[in-house]
Design a protein around this ligand. Structure first.
Ligand code: NI
Length: 224
């Protein structure tokens, strides 16, 4: 029995290693290893990848991101995904104590909306904390106002945040550096473009420029 399990896990490890190797050697020019790997997995599992669009990562067909959540906004109002129905949203998960990445990405969202001109007014910027322990309603109100006058900050109980993060496949974990008293949060850092139906249309990697996001979002808005 144990031998069978060992053999099965060995076979799985070899399959994964093989996929990475095939992805490595079969990369298209300019394609990242991660994208090449996902493309191979998609082929293997029968999920077709749609043609890449301008900017952002295309989700493999059948991969649905987004879902129900119940949170509290920075004014203290209870909100769910239904409050955003019919509105296009640029969504980011992070925390106000983040020393670098979060402020950069939120600044990018604000700059992208500005770059879009009047069309940018159709998009609501939303920041969801993955550190509800420290990111109270008041802390969020102060924080989001620094980036954009229309930015919505969302917090909740640990369970509510976990539920929202699961819906968008957000990774986060508390890390405590040895030399510092305050903890940090390790977290995935994608900007999500969510359509009026609540479905994630595009993901933008960290360090995507505001211009690239503005162009991709404007194109999607025109197609809505
Ligand atoms: Ni961060």
């Amino acid at each position: 029995m144990i031998r069978a399990v060992r053999l099965a896990s060995l076979a799985l490890a070899l399959l994964l290693a093989g996929l990475w190797a095939v992805a490595w050697f079969g990369r298209a020019p300019g394609e990242s290893l991660a994208d090449a790997f996902l493309r191979r997995v998609a082929v293997l599992t029968g999920m077709d990848m749609p043609a890449p669009s301008a900017g952002g990562i295309q989700l493999a067909q059948g991969v649905v991101l987004g879902g129900p959540f119940t949170l509290t906004d920075h004014t203290g109002r209870a909100v769910t995904e239904r409050d955003f129905a019919g509105r296009a949203v640029l969504l980011y998960f992070g925390y106000t104590y983040c020393p670098d990445v979060c402020p950069t990405e939120l600044g990018t969202i604000a700059a992208a909306l500005d770059a879009m001109g009047p069309a940018g007014e159709r998009v609501t910027p939303v920041f969801v904390t993955i550190d509800p322990e420290r990111d109270t309603q008041a802390a969020l109100a102060d924080y989001v106002s620094r980036f954009h006058p229309r930015m919505v900050g969302l917090t909740g109980t640990a369970e509510q945040i976990a539920q929202a993060a699961r819906a968008y496949r957000v990774y986060y974990a508390k890390v405590r550096p040895r030399d510092l008293g305050d903890y940090l949060m390790d977290h995935s850092s994608f900007i999500y473009f969510v359509g009026p139906d609540g479905r994630v249309r595009s993901l933008f990697r960290p360090e995507t420029t505001p211009e690239a996001i503005a162009a991709a979002v404007a194109a999607q808005l025109r197609a809505l």
